[in-house]
Design a protein around this ligand. Structure first.
Ligand code: SAH
Ligand code: SF4
Length: 414
């Protein structure tokens, strides 16, 4: 096998790991190391400074899959590096293709056995646009927010990802693309987890992706999506990088949003939109709002009008996405004619609106679906109770009653 061949393990080759089963490998992943720290490591050991450059080039530009492949380094130094750092924090990867190979869903196994996902989407060139290759990456294993339509939310929170575990999803996809003479054009933090609840690591990973000496991806080609962690949005505004902020809005009415995005009980929708508006004003970047459309739940004329009122006067863009069917909800995605009606009402209020269709539905490409599949099935009684609870909660919300439940544990202050 050549160095450039992506490692593709057989379907279902990875074993389930519903919780941390093994201790984590204590060696830091090299992809998460800042260049200054790597340079310091070399100088402390009396190595020439240019060695750090050689390693960074191999990590970010090369096709090597281990320190042993960096042939410009003396063998003893390669061994020293391998004893101290991990070249790759992703131990095994299983890939599924769909949409006639336009979508590649990857499940990655981490050193403690946890599974995370990334999805690579290919967009062929059009007369008005160049070809794009967009990678959707995970920022946490699981998620504490617990949105009921999301497979990751159902899994619950496992742990934050390390910086290297975030960027290594990108390095993997970049290597797979490079083997075909293509390159990654966009990265979106829309996989498993809430990026703003792991913000330090997410910011470090963005710095690595954006750094011309490392991955070199323009900030404008990076999108961070949040379910509405207000302190995190404010921090992003203060740091001020120019990447795109996407807000998972889903509902403009608090009673309904309490159910669909449980951290709304801590940061209500008006606060989220105010923080997003300020982000847009300070950075000059247009904020994107995402709405996962659920049949009969958040797709009524009343919802469209409430959303139009909430976003009135904003330099915003709304993406409407019919919900991807996930196993344990009582709900289905909104049929297209109703999505179009919703879009028309928003547009009539002057809000730019696009309808998007989910990629990779057949391979379970919605957030966390594959990892959930690997984690095994809950018992039928657990599934029935969950569905009954969601039906009762959404019915109460549609009557305008706000949830008395507290915000989910682990959501913290962001
Ligand atoms: N936690 C962050 C980022 C990851 S989720 C957030 O919520 O924004 C990325 C996007 O996937 C969110 O907009 C989320 O609403 C959407 N999503 C999750 N499950 C989905 C499903 N079953 N169908 C369609 N979109 C879904
Ligand atoms: Fe977490 Fe986002 Fe899924 Fe909600 S939609 S549970 S915030 S990953």
């Amino acid at each position: 096998m050549s160095d450039q061949t992506p490692v593709i393990t057989p379907l279902f080759g990875l074993r389930p790991a519903p919780s941390a089963t093994r201790p984590r490998d204590p060696r830091p992943g090299i992809g998460g190391l800042a260049p200054a720290d790597l340079a310091a490591w070399f100088t402390e050991r009396g190595h020439a400074a240019y060695r750090a450059r050689q390693v960074l080039d191999a990590v970010w530009r090369g096709h090597q899959v281990a320190f042993d492949g960096i042939l410009t380094l003396p063998p003893a130094l390669r061994a020293e590096l391998a004893a101290t750092f991990r070249f790759d924090t992703v131990e095994a990867t299983e890939i599924r293709l769909t949409d006639g190979v336009l979508t590649e869903k990857a499940v990655h196994r981490l050193s403690d056995g946890l599974l995370i996902e990334s999805v690579l989407m290919h967009y062929p060139a059009r007369p008005d646009a160049r070809e794009r290759h967009t990678l959707c990456i995970s920022s946490q294993a699981g998620c504490a927010v617990g949105c009921p339509f999301c497979a990751t939310g159902e899994l619950g929170m496992e742990r934050d990802l390390e910086t290297a575990e975030i960027v290594d999803q990108v390095r993997h996809a970049a290597r797979r693309l490079a083997a075909e003479g293509r390159h990654l054009t966009n990265v979106v933090y829309m996989g498993m987890g809430e990026p703003l609840l792991n913000l330090d690591r997410v910011l470090e990973s963005i710095a690595a992706l954006n750094d011309p000496k490392r991955f070199g991806l323009g900030a404008r080609h990076i999108t961070v999506s949040t379910s509405g962690v207000v302190p995190g949005i404010r921090r992003l505004t203060a740091v001020g990088p120019q990447f795109t902020l996407a807000i998972s809005l889903h509902a403009a009415r608090n009673a309904l949003r309490d159910v669909l995005v449980p951290l709304n009980r801590r940061w209500p929708v008006e606060e989220v939109v105010a923080a997003a508006r300020e982000h847009g004003a300070v950075t000059g970047r247009r904020v994107t709002y995402e709405v996962t459309m659920i049949d009969g739940i958040n797709d009524t004329d009343l919802d469209a009008d409430a959303m139009a009122e909430l976003l009135a006067g904003e330099h915003a863009h709304v993406n409407l996405i019919p919900m991807n069917q996930v196993a344990h909800t009582p709900w289905t995605g909104t049929p297209i004619p109703r999505v179009e009606r919703f879009a028309d009402r928003l547009r009539a209020s002057g809000i730019q609106t696009t309808i998007r269709f989910n990629r990779g539905t057949e391979i379970g490409a919605a957030c966390g679906q594959l990892a959930a599949e690997h984690a095994g099935q809950p018992t039928p009684i657990v599934v029935r109770r969950r569905r009954e609870r969601l039906v009762a909660q959404s019915a109460a919300a549609l009557r305008g009653e706000r949830s008395a439940e507290p915000a989910p544990a682990g959501v913290g202050e962001g």
